[in-house]
Write a protein that binds this ligand. Structure first.
Ligand code: URA
Length: 208
């Protein structure tokens, strides 16, 4: 599975700010969206182009436009919503496929409780967004859902990834490409990424 840990100075700078202990909801939300935009920039760097001619004030001029695959952004509820606007900033025409996954506390298995996917997934590149790739449970369940719906090109965009989640993703879906601002040390006993960002959902929504 291709893994891109983005070393761009803006990404590293904004990630450092996101890690700050006392950061307002507004700033956390803003930085999350900004890093999501930068990850989107990287995750779309190999999209195919086609040539065409654009009518300009000087007559026809050769230009290029993105060819082929259309995009769907797939935020995983709840925290993935925090990255959505950052992706749409760069790809405003993308369709949004919302997925909700929770963990059954007895079986510890992820269960999909909400799914509203864009049409024509077999012709779309899916950018799955979730700030934290921790155990990987939600990401795996979402990818399975997308594949079942016919999606064949999937990229996962996360702010921070734990090696445990990367391993699971790699084993289950080697065809998926991962883009992350940081691969952190690992998970603690509560399943939080260390050092991570704390509870990203609570910080984005201001619920703690
Ligand atoms: N979800 C979070 O919000 N933070 C983590 O560290 C792990 C999962």
């Amino acid at each position: 599975m291709p893994i891109h840990e983005i070393a761009h100075p803006l990404v590293k700078h904004k990630l450092g700010l996101l890690r700050q202990k006392s950061l307002s909801t507004r700033s956390f939300r803003q930085l999350t969206a900004e890093v999501a935009s930068l990850l989107t920039y990287e995750a779309t760097s190999d999209l195919l182009l086609e040539n065409y001619e654009v009518d300009t004030w000087m007559g026809k001029v050769p230009a290029q436009r993105i060819k082929g695959k259309k995009v769907t952004v797939v935020p995983i509820l709840r925290a993935g919503i925090g990255m959505l606007d950052g992706v749409l900033e760069l790809i405003p025409s993308a369709k949004v496929s919302v997925v909700g996954v929770y963990r059954n506390e007895e079986t510890l298995e992820p269960v999909a409780y909400f799914e509203k996917l864009a049409h024509g997934l077999d012709e779309r590149l899916a950018l799955v967004v979730d700030p934290m790739l921790a155990t990987g449970g939600s990401m795996l369940a979402t990818i399975e859902m997308l594949k079942k719906a016919g999606c064949t090109q999937i990229r996962a965009l996360v702010l921070v990834a734990a090696p445990e989640g990367i391993r699971r993703l790699q084993e289950a879906h080697p065809d998926v490409t991962l883009y992350t601002a940081s691969i952190d040390q690992g998970l603690n006993e509560n399943g939080y990424i260390v050092p991570g960002l704390g509870d990203a959902g609570d910080k984005i929504f201001g619920t703690k």
